[in-house]
Ligand binder design. Sequence first.
Ligand SMILES: [Zn+2]
Length: 109
Amino acid sequence: MYCNKCGSPVNDSDEFCRKCGVRLKAESTKPIAPPVEEDASIGWGVLGFFFPVIGMALCLFWRDEHRKRSTMAGKGAAVVAVLETVVVAVYIIVYFISLIVLVTSPKIY
Ligand SMILES: [Zn+2]
């Protein structure tokens, strides 16, 4: 490799340039660690699905630190919320339909 300042060849093991004395192993020469790829696995979504309260809690807790996990856990919890809303809506609809049928039908009991 070559010195960043004066361009003279230097050994990789050298800490300072032999010619100009500049520090070779500055922080800028360190390889920048690649951003850790978070596991946004479906597992967090499944967790949120089966434990929506935990999923919502994780969603809020990890909102800043682990955005992907937070999103997955939140999605799982959201799916449950939608499903429960649908189930309750269907239940209410069936309830009212049966009520209307009972009221409008001739008394056979
Ligand atoms: Zn140099």
